[in-house]
Write a protein that binds this ligand. Structure first.
Ligand code: BDR
Ligand code: CA
Length: 331
């Protein structure tokens, strides 16, 4: 049995990713066991509401529900973050959608949830993939607190949306948002995660936009038969549109990082090209804080450190686009 766990700071591209995680369960043959939330694109409080909104729309389309675990309200050193300039004041494109208050959060928090699902997967022999699409705070905390870290042995693969391999950052000149939001947490994960780890980086996502035509056919078209289609169209309206082209980095299409990471987590075939590398996170306070320093040196790498990270170099975008289509299809 295949299980998925998503840690998110929803976020518009997170919402697309979460819809995929919930909607594709039957067709792709896995179970979404839980979603944990964190601060990031907007406040933790907004994120909890946003994930509820996502869940409600997916359930209306017939998707199986999963528990939502509230997590970090700030970084390990009390950092805060904000990306309302992109994701809107509410973090979900300010689309004014109703909060389904009846959808309660799980009584266990994110850290407890993560540790619990790792242990359960180990017991049950399930193939669990954990994918993080926000700051790495919850994961790092679970790694630090989880009774010797045995729970990590239950995780078949960790997929991280974060970092950049070419020093073209989005949070700073050289740092990517999810890493920069909590550099201590990110450094801990890159240094201490001992299982399989796949990175879907900012530069990879910028190089793989969903072409506007495909995006329109899936998300921004006039009529949707399903609730998720209508939901995504509403939240994406002001952010991903060929006319407004809010993401000036790519005129060719919509850069939806978190969706691509979740697509890789659900279906390994989306990862078409990869390179094993060593990655360290700069935690110093200078202008390079939050930089993911990748050792691209050939053979053993420049520093000869362990190449423990699978850095994704190429995606099967046809497959990813097919998954986006299946996500919005009516239930
Ligand atoms: C990442 O930062 C956030 O703005 C997105 O949701 C994505 O997770 C991209 O750098
Ligand atoms: Ca995110």
């Amino acid at each position: 049995q295949k299980w998925l766990w998503v840690d998110s700071d929803a976020g518009v591209d997170d919402a697309v990713a979460l819809c995929a995680a919930l909607k594709l369960q039957k067709e792709w043959g896995y179970r979404c066991k839980g979603i944990s939330t964190s601060f990031g694109n907007t406040s933790a409080e907004n994120v909890n509401v946003n994930v509820r909104k996502v869940m409600a729309s997916c359930v209306k389309d017939g998707a199986g529900e999963c528990p939502i675990h509230a997590g970090a309200v700030g970084g390990l050193k009390g950092e805060t973050a904000d990306a309302s300039y992109f994701h809107g004041k509410d973090g979900l494109g300010d689309a004014g959608l109703e909060d389904p208050v009846e959808m309660a959060l799980d009584e266990r928090g994110a850290v407890e949830g993560l540790i619990g699902v790792g242990e359960e997967a180990k017991r049950e022999g399930a193939e669990l993939v954990v994918v993080t699409i926000g700051p790495l705070t919850n994961l790092a905390q679970a790694m630090m607190e989880g009774g010797g870290g045995g729970w990590m042995g239950g995780v078949e693969r960790l997929v991280v949306m974060g970092g950049c391999g070419n020093a073209h950052g989005n949070a700073t000149r050289v740092a990517e948002f999810n890493v920069k939001a909590d550099v201590t947490a990110a450094a801990h994960v890159f240094e201490h995660w001992r299982g399989q780890m796949t990175v879907v980086s900012w530069d990879l996502c910028c190089g793989n936009p969903i072409p506007w035509r495909a995006f329109h056919e899936a998300v921004s078209k006039e009529h949707h038969e399903g609730e998720v289609g209508r939901f995504l169209k509403a939240i994406c309206r002001d952010i991903y549109s060929s006319e407004k082209d809010a993401d000036k980095r790519s005129g060719e299409g919509a850069v939806i990082c978190d969706f691509l990471a979740v697509a890789c987590a659900i279906d390994r075939a989306v990862v078409r090209g990869r390179e094993m590398v060593n990655v360290e996170v700069e935690t110093g306070g200078g202008i390079t804080e939050g930089m993911t320093v990748v050792d691209w040196g050939c053979y053993d790498g420049v520093e000869g450190r362990e190449k423990s990270v699978e850095w994704v170099k190429e995606l099967d975008m046809e497959k990813a686009i097919e998954m986006l289509g299946a996500t919005v299809r009516g239930g």
